[in-house]
Design a protein around this ligand. Structure first.
Ligand code: RRO
Length: 306
């Protein structure tokens, strides 16, 4: 059994579900609670309930995914009720993922969700909101949201970060995160602006045409982004690695890059479902032993350099 730490949180289990494409019901969150996940992450919630984009809106292609879900969720008030109920049934920390479309929404959602969340996770990186920029790619907007949230909570805050394909842009975000007291970084979200074309049918397979690419296809961008956070913050800001984690070996690579815990979104859509956490934990234990680490902590950030 593996344990880890994310700041003050001592976790029994090193995986979480990540803010997946549909972790928005009590039933689904309870499945995570009853698995070997060390903490639980809700589907990102918004001020108003949303049906999301029309389908088809999710595909698994090999070990990669594409989605254009469009943030379907029951809205923050219903999500608050779900999390309250969830917390009567589990002791695992709950990361409540939220996305306000303006500062007023962010402030109000923070006031309501903060008392019941262990960590407020700000999703600044949904790639599927038509006509809306991903907040994290806009430094001013990012700072504005962080200030609005910080002012209304005494809980730890995490940011779900988009993949940065430009290192200077990532470092600009790091500066803002440092200045505004971001406690945990979850990286990376899907890579937006992707498309899936079925050549035989000559067809764009998502109804919304573009979507977020996840899973195996983005793993190396995930490693690169995690490593840059690790180096920038010199290990002082814990990182949850996310993007293409299907095995203990994948998680081990994220640990070597600098991650202290691991979020899986795509992996739990395989037939084995949440049992994948126990399987990956065993594999990670084997991997750690094989490389002579007596615990996960000792492996974090240890990727050697040429
Ligand atoms: O619901 C979505 O379309 C979605 C979200 Br909120 C997100 O953060 N990442 C993603 O790939 N899809």
């Amino acid at each position: 059994m593996l344990r880890t730490k994310l700041g003050d949180f001592e976790l029994d289990g090193v995986f979480t579900n990540g803010s997946g494409v549909n972790d928005d019901s009590l039933e689904k969150l309870l499945q995570i609670a009853n698995s070997r996940a060390g903490f639980i992450t809700t589907k990102t919630t918004t001020f108003h309930p949303r049906a999301g984009n029309p389908g088809p809106r999710f595909y698994m292609i090999g070990n990669s995914t594409i989605n254009s879900m469009g943030l379907p969720n029951p809205g923050y008030q219903k999500m608050a009720e779900i999390v309250k109920e969830l917390k009567t049934k589990t002791k695992k920390p709950v990361f409540v993922s939220m996305s306000g479309f303006d500062t007023n929404e962010a402030e109000e959602m923070t006031r309501v969700l903060s008392p019941i969340a262990d960590v407020l996770e700000l999703n600044l990186s949904c790639p599927n909101l038509k006509g809306k920029r991903q907040i994290i790619y806009d430094a001013e907007a990012t700072e504005e949201v962080l200030k609005a949230v910080k002012k209304n909570t005494n809980k730890k805050i995490a940011v779900k970060a988009a993949p940065f394909l430009d290192f200077a842009q990532q470092e600009e975000f790091c500066e803002i995160a440092k200045k505004n007291g971001v406690d945990i970084i979850v990286a990376i979200n899907t890579i937006g602006n992707a498309m899936y074309i079925d050549v035989d049918r000559e067809m764009i397979m998502l109804k919304s045409k573009w979507g977020g690419l996840g899973g195996e296809a983005i793993k190396m961008v995930g490693w690169g982004n995690v490593r840059r956070y690790y180096e920038y913050f010199k290990g002082s800001v814990p990182i949850v690695g996310c993007g293409g984690i299907y095995s203990g070996k994948d998680a081990f690579a994220y640990a070597l890059a600098g991650a202290s815990a691991f979020a899986c979104a795509s992996a739990i859509y395989n037939p084995e479902g949440v049992a994948v956490f126990a399987k990956m934990e065993k594999e990670l234990e084997i991997e750690l032993k094989k490389h002579n680490y007596s615990n996960l902590q000792d492996a974090i950030g240890k990727a050697k350099e040429f």
